[in-house]
Design a protein around this ligand. Structure first.
Ligand SMILES: [Zn+2]
Ligand SMILES: [Zn+2]
Length: 222
């Protein structure tokens, strides 16, 4: 097993992500998508590669178009939307029957592609380090994987002991959340008015993130 100092930066990106109060995979994938969109808008809007990928995907998915709007880069957004519209006009003019045919779906949204690649690479890295006690200690003290990511990771673990350990950690995190939620509800009730809140104060928001992750696109997955 390599010493920590010999490990490359994705390892540290992941262990650093264990320290944030979010699912580490969601956190890293979101960060990577934001970085990708930022770079795209800053210097690559007119690159032939950008034009080709935005045409192939007929723009971005709704979630990522909305994220691009938040960057407030008016001409960047305008150009990206124009590439997609120009491509569609060309396609529909050349072959109007395309709307009635079972046409091949457009390519995946480029930002979703970045999300998927980041997600896959960090899940792979997590699986490679299951036997590293300090790595797993850090994971066990993290926010934990959101349920969508847990369901992606758990079946990929071949070693039964590691699989059971991960499941035990997941259940412990869920039980601790359930307790916090119950405490919150109890303190919120009329007869406990005036009792001060502890860490359970934001448990409902953490519970939603734990259940659903932080990607608007999980619901789109089959
Ligand atoms: Zn997640
Ligand atoms: Zn997308």
């Amino acid at each position: 097993m390599a010493r920590k100092s010999e490990k490359h930066s994705p390892y540290f990106n992941l262990t650093d992500a264990f320290k944030v109060q979010h699912c580490p995979i969601c956190y890293l994938a979101r960060r990577s998508v934001t970085h990708y969109l930022d770079g795209l808008l800053y210097e690559r809007v007119t690159d032939p590669g950008t034009v080709a990928s935005v045409r192939a995907s007929e723009g971005f998915c709704e979630h990522h178009f909305r994220q691009i709007i938040e960057f407030q880069d008016a001409t960047g957004l305008s150009a990206l939307a124009r590439y997609a519209l120009e491509f569609l006009v060309q396609k529909l003019t050349q072959d109007p029957k395309t709307l009635r045919k079972k046409a091949a779906p457009p390519a995946l949204c480029p930002a979703c592609k970045t999300w998927n690649e980041t997600e896959a690479s960090y899940i792979g890295l997590f699986l490679e380090n299951l036997e590293d006690p300090s790595f797993m200690f850090d994971y066990e003290h993290s926010f934990g994987f959101c349920m969508p990511h847990f369901k992606m990771i758990y079946p990929k673990i071949e070693n039964e002991t590691h699989r059971e350990k991960l499941l035990k950690t997941q259940i412990a995190k869920m039980e601790s959340l359930i307790k916090e939620l119950a405490d919150f509800e109890r303190k919120h009730s009329y007869e406990h008015q005036g009792e001060s809140y502890g860490k359970e104060a934001d448990s409902r928001f953490r519970a939603v993130e734990f259940l659903k992750g932080r990607s608007d696109k999980f619901h789109e997955r089959k």
